[in-house]
Write a protein that binds this ligand. Structure first.
Ligand code: ADP
Ligand code: MG
Length: 221
């Protein structure tokens, strides 16, 4: 079963946006998708609650309530992490998954915070042992600003211990399309292609990576 955790202890960086869009992406491709919301605010489940019945179904699970049971037959599980997660609850979550996607806002404070967080992650046994694969996604980037290049350089320069390869990095644009899709319980893939062509293009590298063996631990690849 494919498992992808969207993670960053900071709130508001785009975890739920990325989790719901990935769930919609895989559901549209006919996969049986579970979306586990670990944030007691329940934003991912709120998104599911307004999802039209005629759209490909996604099974929502309130991960903060009780031990999570993924329905039999699920082939893709997307986990939306809560803000403020550290220590044991962090390692319990990370241990369940093959792949981490870490959204980061392009501000100096957020970049420094993610650097600290990466080093915390690297000290989790499960990450090193299982070689969980990591992508950083710069989110809400303003394409025409110089911060984009600075940000990309920065993300590419993050170093991991033990000679591991750098995490895969990409970026998504700041766009009203995400709000439009979210208010209707949809992913951007479910809006008119003419409205979303650029956003879809920006997602391509991340989707390609997620669908490749490079985003899987060696034992699952
Ligand atoms: N790329 C984006 N462009 C525009 N708005 C975005 C984008 N990503 C997230 N948002 C908005 O920013 C807010 C916080 O995003 P959210 O996904 O809820 O973050 P988190 O789950 O990390 O707290 C939401 O209102 C969301 O719609
Ligand atoms: Mg959220």
């Amino acid at each position: 079963m494919r498992s992808i955790l969207i993670l960053n202890p900071k709130g508001g960086c785009g975890k739920t946006t990325i989790a719901t869009n990935l769930a919609s992406y895989y559901a549209l491709r006919g996969r049986s998708v579970a979306l586990v919301d670990f944030d007691p605010q329940g934003s991912s489940l709120d998104w599911l609650a307004v999802r039209p019945e005629n759209r490909p179904p996604i099974h929502g699970i309130a991960g903060w309530e009780k031990p999570v049971r993924i329905p039999r037959g699920t082939d893709c599980v997307i986990l939306d992490a809560p803000a403020g997660i550290h220590g044991r609850s962090l390692s319990n979550l990370v241990r369940r998954v093959q792949t981490l996607v870490i959204p980061v806002l392009p501000s100096p404070i957020d970049l420094r915070a993610v650097e600290h967080f990466q080093s915390e992650l690297m000290h989790l046994g499960g990450v090193l042992r299982k070689k969980v694969k990591i992508a950083t996604v710069a989110n809400r980037v303003r394409e025409n600003s110089s911060t984009r290049l600075i940000l990309e350089d920065y993300l590419r320069s993050l170093k991991l211990p033990e000679g591991r390869k750098l995490p895969f990095s990409t970026y998504l644009r700041n766009s009203f399309i995400y709000l439009k899709a979210a208010e209707r319980g949809l992913g951007i893939w479910e809006l008119a292609p003419s409205l979303t062509a650029h956003e879809r293009d920006l997602w391509k590298p991340l989707i390609r990576w997620l669908n490749s063996r490079w985003s899987l631990p060696a034992e699952d690849a």
